[in-house]
Design a protein around this ligand. Structure first.
Ligand code: FEO
Ligand code: CA
Ligand code: CA
Ligand code: CA
Length: 565
């Protein structure tokens, strides 16, 4: 009966219908409001966003940046501080006067300052939340912010440039996608498609095998190379090696210098999901989001305990890559000079090639990893892969069907789950299964209908963001096809769902506005409010017809004040 199901369910909401409109929907009994939009001030001296003119370069670093993505909330001295990524630019929105064309060094600098990371304090006013202007915690980190390179590859010749003969100091963090939070309360921001910022003013520049494997070519996405020589690979062939890392930021200290942690490897990092081994070593799970790439795990040599000096925990450790077997088991294979035939710094800079050398399993675009806080298991969203078996011009590898990636022309994606041996995230082996194969039970055939926990009422495609709440519910965000046509009919706009790990049940909780992806999730300290990221919406979100669409973070709460979810 319905009441018996409700009693047995972990969910405190009824799943909602798919939507195709330009706004957000949440379940009955829940409400939402906008916390902050692209271009909103973080400081009272910031200039207003104009509909028809770009921010000046310096002004761009005083506002909430473009394309909100991974985020975490930190409690610092009783205050609530969000750190959030600004993944990439939307030039047609950011440079409206030139319809998105990058025409000057100032245009490049404006875009550079609209990306990176924002750190800002939030406060509740009644039911809703707002940014605390001029809070001492407020900070923008951009493509121009000074950072240190740390760990075993720091100082290696591969990281030296004309501006930095030491190979230890770099400007900026690029294409910050997903995120993570360390046990000691720092923010991890993950550099994903950093390759796209590099180009060459010399079209005959050599594209080395390493450039090819990482998708670095002669034409940059935003013409940085034409106006900032650092991004011109014919001038600075090592500058790309200084990006593609996980960066640690201390949100409690606005003067701190972010650290690029080379021990965690250089890939197109999606996010960084932390756990502790039974002995207290720090584990960081990491996906490399490209078709045919891999899933990684870092384990620190040192042990974390409250009060220890944490600066070396992400600089000194072992890096592993996952090999999945057909029999439902798998292994973490360590990347060492012995297993790869490469020297340590080379393994860390060209991690993809090291993973290939040990026979790592090729995956359907590993996006976020999430670690269950109440059971020893972790999940990775494998978002989709529509071109399996085809090697890309961009250097992407051809891949065959394998056990955790069992469908040709995988348009919907799946979520793989692993159970570490002896319930220890430090173990070098695991059992695994598929938590869900997304699909369309109405419009698709065969395996593309999806696994048994996919119904006409909860279907989705392209799982991407994933976070566990403290009770152990898995929140799944999508970044997929929102045409609502063909095999995607009935799936509607991108969305956020909640999954019960124990029963497999999945319910749709939120639908995003047309054109957007839903990405980034964190909670207020008391878990009464959920903060959800809406990236690249189409007009007219959130300001109505005639206004530029603006990527935003929204707050979602239960009208009776209960815990969300
Ligand atoms: Fe930035 Fe793989 O998503
Ligand atoms: Ca993503
Ligand atoms: Ca994605
Ligand atoms: Ca995105």
């Amino acid at each position: 009966s319905t009441s018996a199901q409700a009693a047995a369910s972990r969910f405190a909401f009824e799943g909602i219908a798919a939507q195709t409109d330009a706004t957000i929907h949440v379940p009955q009994g829940y409400a939402w409001s906008t916390l902050v939009r692209y271009g909103d001030p973080l400081f009272s001296d910031a200039s207003e966003m104009a509909q028809d003119a770009a921010f000046a370069p310096d002004a761009a670093a005083r506002v909430f940046g473009e394309n909100t993505d991974g985020m975490e909330l930190f409690e610092i001295d009783g205050r609530q501080v969000i750190a959030v990524n600004h993944e990439y630019a939307n030039p047609e929105i950011n440079l409206p006067a030139s319809a998105g064309e990058v025409t000057s060094a100032d245009d490049v600098k404006t875009l550079q300052n609209l990306q990176g990371v924002a750190v800002f304090e939030v406060a509740r006013e009644g039911d809703t939340w707002s940014v605390v202007l001029d809070s001492p915690f407020n900070r923008r980190i951009t493509h121009l912010t000074e950072m240190r390179l740390t760990g075993p590859a720091a100082g290696h010749d591969l990281l030296k440039t004309s501006a930095d003969a030491t190979g230890t100091s770099v400007l900026g963090t690029l294409n910050n996608c997903g995120a993570g939070k360390t046990p000691w309360g720092t923010y991890l921001t993950c550099e994903e498609n950093f390759n796209g910022y590099f180009g060459s003013t010399d079209a005959t520049v050599e594209i080395t095998p390493a450039f090819k494997r990482y998708g670095i070519g002669a034409e940059g996405r935003y013409a940085y190379e034409a106006h900032d020589a650092r991004f011109d690979i014919s001038q600075e062939p090592n500058e790309p090696n200084r990006h593609g890392w996980i960066v640690e930021i201390d949100p409690a200290d606005p003067a701190s210098v972010p650290a690029k942690r080379t021990a965690l490897g250089r890939i197109k990092h999606e996010n960084a999901a932390c756990a502790l081994t039974r002995e207290g070593h720090v584990v960081v799970y990491m996906g490399d989001d490209e078709r045919g790439e891999h899933l990684y795990k870092y384990v620190s040599n040192g042990v974390y305990a409250p009060g220890v000096d944490t600066d070396s925990l992400l600089d000194d450790g072992r890096l592993y890559v996952a090999v999945f077997d057909w029999d439902g088991t798998g292994d973490w294979v360590e990347l060492t000079p012995e297993t790869t035939g490469m020297e340590t710094a080379e393994i860390l800079v060209h991690t993809r090639m090291a993973a290939t050398a040990v026979g790592a399993t090729t995956m359907d675009r590993p996006e976020w990893v999430a670690v269950n806080p109440v059971s020893c298991e972790a999940y990775c969203a494998l978002t989709n892969n529509s071109r399996r078996g085809v090697a890309g011009d961009d250097g992407t590898v051809a891949m065959k069907l394998n056990a955790p990636n069992p469908r040709e022309a995988n348009e919907f994606g799946q979520i793989v789950r692993w159970y570490p041996t002896n319930e220890d995230h430090g173990a070098d082996s695991f059992r695994w299964d598929l938590y869900v194969m997304a699909g369309n039970p109405k419009a698709a055939e065969g395996a593309h209908k999806g696994s048994a926990n996919i119904t006409e009422g909860n279907m989705f495609n392209s799982p991407d963001g994933m976070m566990f709440d403290t009770s152990g519910l898995l929140w799944i965000q999508t970044d997929g096809e929102d045409s609502n046509e063909g095999v995607f009919e009935g799936q509607g706009n991108n969305q956020m769902l909640a999954g019960d790990p124990a029963t497999g049940e999945i319910r749709r909780f939120l639908t995003g506005p047309k054109g957007s992806e839903v990405t980034g999730l964190t909670w207020s300290a008391d878990r009464s409010t959920m903060f959800v990221g809406i990236q690249h919406p189409a007009a007219p979100f959130p300001d109505g017809e005639g206004m530029l669409p603006r990527s935003s973070i929204v707050a979602v709460w239960r009208e009776d004040g209960g815990l969300v979810g």
